[in-house]
Write a protein that binds this ligand. Structure first.
Ligand SMILES: C[S@@+](CC[C@H](N)C(=O)[O-])C[C@H]1O[C@@H](n2cnc3c(N)ncnc32)[C@H](O)[C@@H]1O
Length: 435
């Protein structure tokens, strides 16, 4: 593809994402490239990277376009991205928009003037309102401030970078060292992650799913933060464990490995499709002590299993504000109403799952959100409604689960974040039913 054709493709992809604002952008991008097989892998990467950059910086790019009087649409967002994020000059942009088949139409005099005005400006400008400067939606600013305090600018900036690819060595089949050696033999270099004893990090994108190590169940793709949630669950061989919001079993797999296939783990979810996705993964990983349970309205499963589990992991449905570096479009799709609705759901799930926990057993509550309303406030509310539970401080839960040095955190729970820990933003609290 020529540079101009790449620009045209990025504009078309951003326009497609905009046409379906409630749909995750990666699903739209998959469709976009599936119907354009002629775009080779190098071009695909370049087009996707630019479109992702636009989505990631959209709040700031929109502000700049408004300042110079250009309409906020895919053509102009990409134009502003070229200048403000990629450092293109006016001449460069004119060459990039030459007109003709496969290329974007040329700049009109108004666009030329506006682009000239953009050249030399800072993407994050000091005269922007604070939320836009931090690249956060207005509604999220105060919650982010409450969570991060003086680290807010650094954490917000870290959420603009793209995430590394983290893998988890599957201890049911291998060790971290053996998995790293198997990947290296396939030309995929990795580094151990700093906190997870099972983690391997790949700094740039690689086709991991096509590797033999993946097909053979030696590794799974999993952010280091998610691995640490599984670690903190503290499941041991022989325990009875429920992964209540298991989805496609991402954490079930990691927890099962800590159980060395001994004891029982039940992966529950309200989504049949997600649970179905678990089947192949469990098989590939060699997990044979897991069963799946689809939670349905009127289900008596929870009642019948009251007090039966040593560990109940609630990886709750949440806003996913901690994963914004991975899903840059999500910051534009999430609304305050989502926060309210999800907080109500989390409250109900916690109250329901409390009854599953055996005396002396633990309820582990986790989200990939950084909003206090989904995290600390949720746990504090739960403890005031359930005096039969007490909080296990993070340092205690960690020391019981691992010999490795613990990540430094503030407060009695595990709060991880991109700037401080290099993970997505996660929250985990360990709650123990009094014996
Ligand atoms: C954060 S995701 C779980 C991700 C999964 N644990 C993993 O590690 O890959 C939250 C899950 O909660 C499920 N969920 C939503 N409402 C639920 C409910 N009321 N009870 C149980 N699960 C629920 C969703 O279907 C979704 O799969």
């Amino acid at each position: 593809m020529t540079p101009s054709a790449r620009i045209a493709a990025a504009i078309a992809l951003v326009a497609d994402v905009d046409a379906m604002p409630r749909r995750p952008a990666d699903a739209t991008a998959n469709d976009f490239f599936r119907t354009r097989r002629y775009i080779g892998s190098g071009d695909r990467r370049a087009v996707a990277e630019r479109a992702w950059g636009v989505l990631r910086q959209r709040l700031r790019l929109t502000w700049h376009l408004q300042q110079v009087g250009l309409p906020v649409d895919a053509r102009h967002l990409v134009m502003a991205h070229l200048v403000l994020a990629e450092g293109w000059t006016l001449e460069g942009v004119e060459q990039g928009y030459p007109g003709g088949r496969f290329n974007p139409p040329p700049l009109d005099p108004g666009e030329r003037k506006a682009v000239a005005a953009l050249v030399g400006r800072q993407l994050a400008s000091s005269d922007m309102p604070e939320a836009i400067r931090l690249n956060l939606p207005d509604w999220a600013l105060e919650s982010f401030r409450a969570r991060f305090g003086e680290n807010l600018p650094a954490e917000a900036e870290a959420m603009n970078a793209s995430a590394p690819l983290d893998l988890r060595a599957n201890l049911l089949r291998t060790t971290r060292e053996q998995a790293a050696a198997a990947l290296a033999a396939e030309g995929i270099p990795t580094e151990p992650t700093p906190y997870s004893p099972w983690g391997l990090r790949i700094p740039d994108r690689r086709p991991i799913l096509a590797s033999k190590a993946f097909a053979g169940g030696l590794i799974e793709i999993q952010d280091e933060g998610s691995q640490l949630i599984a670690l903190l669950t503290g499941a041991k061989p022989g325990m009875r464990v429920a992964d209540y919001c298991a989805g496609a079993a991402g954490k079930t797999l990691a927890v099962a490995a800590t159980m060395a296939n001994k004891g029982r783990i039940v992966a529950c979810d309200v989504s049949a499709t997600r649970l179905e996705g678990a089947v192949k993964r469990l098989r590939r990983a060699g997990v044979d002590n897991a069963e799946r349970h689809l939670l349905e309205p009127g289900d008596r499963w929870v009642k019948r299993r009251a007090g039966q589990f040593d560990r109940v992991l609630v990886d709750a449905p949440c806003t996913g504000t901690g994963t914004w570096r991975r899903n840059p479009d999500a910051r534009l799709r999430t609304t305050p109403r989502d926060v309210t609705e999800l907080a109500a759901k989390q409250h109900d799930i916690l109250d329901t799952t409390a009854s599953l926990v055996a005396k002396g057993g633990r309820l582990v509550y986790a989200t990939c959100s950084v909003l206090p309303e989904e995290n600390a406030a949720q746990v504090e509310g739960f403890l005031s409604r359930h005096p039969e539970f007490e909080l296990v401080p993070f340092a205690t839960a960690w020391a019981e689960a691992s010999d490795a040095p613990a990540p430094e955190v503030d407060g009695p729970w595990m709060q991880l974040s991109p700037h401080r820990h290099g993970t997505d933003g996660f929250f985990t609290a360990v709650l123990q039913r009094r014996a």
